[in-house]
Design a protein around this ligand. Structure first.
Ligand code: ZN
Ligand code: ZN
Length: 451
């Protein structure tokens, strides 16, 4: 941004920084949003049947993290067809660039991976895919996190923006990243040169499907949006033997049980109640039979925090508690491994960018359809694309029908199927419409001519 009085502008900016206040986002001229939404919707009307077919294809053909071979090929083909210059296999992902004159660089990200879940929606386009996971175990595969909605909206946005090149100036970088579910894909793409071999973004945008509110509505957070996430494996060691002679063994099942309960005291006894922390043991495996005490038990944990110092303290506490339980049982020390690959830092939405997009969405979707919400302890590796400097914004789009939503609000009604559940069934057309429309609008505003 240029100013006729740079010295004064600098003083004002530093005063704002000191006070913690954020500069006001530049508002689009009167009538711009209405006019732009009408143009976007016109293109969307022409594309929506094809986009819904694409969604159903993606939904029926899901692939697990770092196995997104056919999905990546399809995303590359779609971006090429829309007129983008496409590079495949950038850290397992796709980079599609559309240069359209001077102006900012806007990155739009979709993720591509699905989850090891056997789909139970009963939809005609439900996934029947089975595959082997990284441990060689056969699993069902399902888009239970809505990444198929993200991809279809990404393709929709590519088509809309390519068809409206006279309305914007700058560079679009659309990326389809692998392995979001194991929070590893963003890092892989950055390490493969996303920000050095391609135009570095001035802004980065992403959306996420939400299974708990109706299609057409949106939610977002300003500042902290999603938590730090750590993945930890604990190998509890003992000394196996006959189940009827426990005194001749060191029972790792009992040690593991003690560790699981003691870990909860990190949250309840060691952490300030106003500092959110989650410690979840999501998997426990040990033993083969009722009457055999095994040699070892494996625990798999996910840990969520929002501050770096809290994260450091919680990780140390987990190590300490696991070792203390082994010591108390006279067992060898357990192996506590914090995964470097499956870590992602918290996602902080840039405040001015969030406000700018939030205002646009209120104008396009209606003020009641857009909610400012508290951060959640979910995690996303989208936060990595900020690299500490690039302003980023991720928002959530509702994906269920109004009827389903209303029915679930009645007293005694069954709760809606959540994210990562086998019954999550987004309504394709309104979800894809909302995703494409809002993402196109946000990008068109950031790349607006004659600001
Ligand atoms: Zn997910
Ligand atoms: Zn997701």
């Amino acid at each position: 941004m240029r100013s006729a009085r740079p010295a004064l502008a600098a003083v004002l900016l530093s005063a704002l920084a000191l006070s913690g206040a954020q500069p006001e986002p530049p508002a689009p001229p009167a009538g711009w949003v209405k006019e732009t939404v009408a143009a976007v919707d016109k293109k969307l009307d022409a594309e929506i049947a094809d986009l819904v077919a694409l969604y159903q294809h993606l939904h029926a053909n899901p692939e697990l993290s770092f196995q997104e071979v056919n999905t990546a090929k399809r995303m590359a083909a779609e971006a090429k067809k829309a007129g983008f210059e496409v590079t495949e296999n950038v850290g397992g992902g796709v980079v599609a660039v559309l240069k359209n004159g001077p102006g900012p660089v806007v990155l739009i990200r979709t993720d591509m991976d699905a989850l090891p879940i056997v789909e139970q929606t009963g939809l005609p386009y439900a996934s029947k895919v089975k595959t082997k996971n990284r441990d060689g175990v056969e699993v069902g595969v399902m888009h239970a996190c809505g990444h198929d909605i993200h991809m279809t909206s990404w393709v929709g946005t590519a088509r809309v923006l390519a068809s409206m090149k006279d309305k914007w100036s700058g560079t679009l970088v659309l990326i389809a990243q692998p392995a979001e579910e194991i929070i590893a894909g963003a890092k892989k793409m950055l390490e493969a040169g996303l920000y050095t071999k391609f135009p570095k973004p001035d802004f980065a945008l992403a959306l996420h499907a939400d299974p708990l509110f109706p299609a057409g509505t949106l939610a977002y957070s300003e500042g902290l949006a999603l938590a730090n996430s750590d993945t930890i494996d604990i190998l509890v060691k003992g000394k196996g033997g006959h189940g009827a002679a426990p005194h001749l063994t060191i029972d790792p099942v009992v040690i593991a049980a003690r560790i699981i309960l003691d870990l909860q005291t990190i949250v309840s006894r060691e952490t300030d109640p106003f500092d959110p922390v989650v410690v979840t043991v999501g998997s426990i495996h040990g033993g083969t039979k009722h009457n055999i005490i095994p040699n070892e038990v494996k625990l798999q944990l996910t840990v969520r925090t929002t501050k770096t110092e809290t994260r450091d303290r919680v990780l140390k506490a987990i190590d300490r508690i696991a070792k203390a339980a082994a010591l108390a049982a006279n067992a060898p020390p357990p192996e506590v491994k914090v995964s470097l690959e499956e870590y992602t830092p918290a996602t902080y939405n840039d405040v001015p960018l969030s406000r700018r997009c939030g205002a646009l969405f209120r104008e396009s979707q209606g003020a009641d359809a857009v909610r400012l919400r508290k951060p959640v302890m979910g995690a996303e590796d989208f936060g990595r694309f900020s690299e500490g400097k690039t302003p980023i914004f991720m928002y959530f789009i509702g994906t269920i029908s109004q009827e389903k939503y209303d029915a679930a609000q009645k007293p005694g009604a069954a709760p809606l199927p959540g994210m990562h559940t086998d019954a999550y069934a987004p309504v394709p057309e309104p979800s894809v419409r909302t995703g494409t429309r809002t993402m196109s609008l946000a990008a068109l505003d950031l790349l607006r001519k004659g600001k």
